[in-house]
Design a protein around this ligand. Sequence first.
Ligand SMILES: NC(=O)c1ccc[n+]([C@@H]2O[C@H](COP(=O)([O-])OP(=O)(O)OC[C@H]3O[C@@H](n4cnc5c(N)ncnc54)[C@H](OP(=O)(O)O)[C@@H]3O)[C@@H](O)[C@H]2O)c1
Length: 470
Amino acid sequence: MAETGNKARIGLIGLGVMGANLALNIAEKGFRVAVHNRTPGRIRSLMEGAGELAGHLAPCETLADFVDTLQKPRAIILMIKAGRAVDEQIRALLPHLDKGDILIDGGNADFHDTRRRARELAGKGIDFIGMGVSGGAEGARHGPSIMAGGPVRAWEEVHDVIKAMAARFNGEPCAALVGPDGAGHFVKTVHNGIEYADMQMIAEIYGILRDGEGRSADSIGKLFAEWNDGPLQSYLIEITARVLQTRDPETGQFIVDVIEDRAGQKGTGRWTVIEALKLGQAASAISAAVDARVWSAMKEARKNGESLFPPQKEFAPAILEADMEKALLAARIIGYAQGFSLMRAASDHHEWDMDLAVVARIWRAGCIIRSGLLDEIAVAVREGMPHDQLIFSPALRARLNETRGSLRRVVSSAVLQELQVPAMSAALACFETLRQGRGTANLVQAQRDFFGQHGFERIDGGTDRHGPWV
Ligand SMILES: NC(=O)c1ccc[n+]([C@@H]2O[C@H](COP(=O)([O-])OP(=O)(O)OC[C@H]3O[C@@H](n4cnc5c(N)ncnc54)[C@H](OP(=O)(O)O)[C@@H]3O)[C@@H](O)[C@H]2O)c1
């Protein structure tokens, strides 16, 4: 679309950590951006720090001025706190908008809210794009991964700007329309769920090294740095290595040793698990990671538990570093695989017709879960997921055959040593179950029939669908 006079090509409301960085990113790509924030001080701070990019920014202190500064159809990115704030902001904007204008919510919205907003706004002639953005502040400034959901015509109006600001992998922008209405925010939610699992699994290996082997933070950090040159290469391993080697300026200790072991959560991990349960999918590694954060908050209970149940020493084989590296890779693959199965189920359920190969491609750079493995996953998804299971694809099957023994050894030895590995255990249980043609649900079916006459299917196709219980 051509520039119209000095009007801004796109508008951005919300100049917090993400919004301010995104505004500078878009400006750097040569687009004129109108910027607005509820509290005007943030507009001034952005302009003061924008340097030569200030010429591409149009600061607007009132909504009327902001909307008036935009070329038509107007495209406005909201980068504000998720939830009620988004509804309030939309309500405030609506009187200023015309039919055909486009609103883009770049926050971490619950995709159910996005679907509702898309429906409500469509009734007023406004197109709504729910846009998941991953990459933190650094990504927002220099190129995030972007997962959009919404009408194709709206995407066609804005995709040049969105792709320009996105990260690139081998020159290809990591931004795509993954489906209609809530699809983008759903994919972002699952991305965060996978992120929860990956972070937890890394923390579990850290726990084995710290508590099982008695190693210092920096020596663990160095090991992670080495692993980052191999198949575990990823942003999360890289930052873990750096975090572990960083000292606290106040005490001189390693900073992780002075941080409370209570982790926060804002909801996306929990939403992933809730949606998995609703869709009849198992996201057990992600669920274990969410549970681990819940338990982490129970500091006083855990301290009490430690005194009530002192250790009971058992013999456990030593855990080799090489096994830990491979176990983490196997568990990571299973975490990703659960996320992909969930996206497939959601796409079928909501009729999103989502191309999961595109999702894998746009996660290869810019986002928090970017990793060397994602390139392999992108290939695997493109080649097809037999039975909707990523782990059955030839490339990942080979990876799991190389690493599954290590996952089993690490989990079993950690359990004997009373070291907590909930996410890796969940990943292992999922994997072992998926490779067991005959499970034990026949007994569960018999129990259900015994007490509730729920009936069962017979393996010989026989007609008697109830047991002869007495
Ligand atoms: N931080 C990350 O790494 C990250 C990554 C991906 C996505 N996100 C998502 O991106 C969104 C913004 O996150 P952030 O980290 O940039 O947040 P932030 O730094 O806390 O900034 C919050 C922004 O929301 C605005 N806001 C809050 N309540 C509002 C309301 N009722 N009406 C209008 N504006 C309101 C604030 O305006 P005031 O200045 O007036 O308070 C501020 O501009 C969130 O949905 C977040 O989940 C964050």
